[in-house]
Design a protein. Structure first.
Length: 255
């Protein structure tokens, strides 16, 4: 079934991206750990990935050992069945369980949008404001790590672009990452976010349309993103040609 192949290729892309982006990795039973000491407050950059068969009962202890120097624990399981099997022992160990959808773009490719490639300098201020909105109790160091970690994403794929839509005054109002691997024909759109002050003005549509067009122009026929299964953007993406083809699971504990 084509969607099964696309799902497996998407899982593989996510695992490869995580390895390439990491400052260092350690192999573990059933997966690997990624670390970046420069962004120690970023859970996404310091976590465990499960991408093979694993003993669910042993996983909490594996994560404790791999992440023992950190105040948090985060585990991403890149397979639905494995994630469901790991849920009970991890929740019992105090983890919060979140489910995410892998969504494949199956609709027509837009002709393009009015968004453009931007650099991290243009994103720093709107990113910091958005993170302070998401995490009002976070201190400045945490916010700095969450903003600056974006530069490390350039290591994750052969081509990494930051796509942004600007206001008439030049401020970046909405943005997303675009990861391209033309050799395998895969593209991922990640972290599509709009500043609170600029919601519902078409900026996110412009970013998404531009990213999809750039991916298609780079001969990436498999275009996907990951969306929270419990949040409204999954429906927004569905109206823009994305289809749910699978699940992955995230577990986290502490902060």
């Amino acid at each position: 079934m084509p969607t099964t192949l696309e799902l497996q290729r998407s899982y593989s892309f996510l695992a490869t991206f995580a390895r390439r982006q990491a400052a260092r990795t350690v192999e573990l039973p059933g997966g690997f750990a990624v670390y970046d000491d420069a962004f120690a407050h970023s859970r996404a950059d310091n976590q465990v990935f499960v991408d093979a068969a694993v003993d669910p009962e042993a996983l909490p202890a594996v994560a404790d050992e791999a992440l023992c120097h950190l105040p948090h624990r985060m585990i991403t399981v890149l397979d639905d069945a494995t994630g469901r099997a790991c849920a009970e022992p991890l929740v019992r160990a105090g983890y919060t369980h979140s489910r995410y959808l892998v969504m494949l773009h199956t609709g027509p490719v837009p002709p393009g949008g009015r968004a453009e490639e931007v650099d991290l300098d243009a994103l720093r201020a709107p990113l910091a404001r958005r993170w302070r909105g998401f995490l009002p109790d976070a201190d400045d160091e945490v916010v700095r790590h969450l903003v600056e970690r974006r530069e490390a994403r350039r290591r994750g794929a052969d081509v990494v672009r930051f796509i942004g839509a600007r206001t008439p005054e030049g401020e970046v109002a909405s943005w997303a990452d675009l990861y391209l691997d033309p050799a395998t024909g895969l593209a991922q759109i990640e972290d599509l976010v709009t500043s609170e002050a600029h919601l519902r003005r078409g900026h996110a549509d412009a970013v998404l349309a531009t990213a999809l067009r750039r991916a298609a122009d780079a001969d990436c026929g498999t275009r996907f993103l990951v969306a929270d299964a419990a949040d409204w953007p999954r429906e927004w993406y569905g109206r823009r040609g994305f289809t749910d083809i699978g699940r992955l699971h995230c577990f986290d504990r502490g902060w």
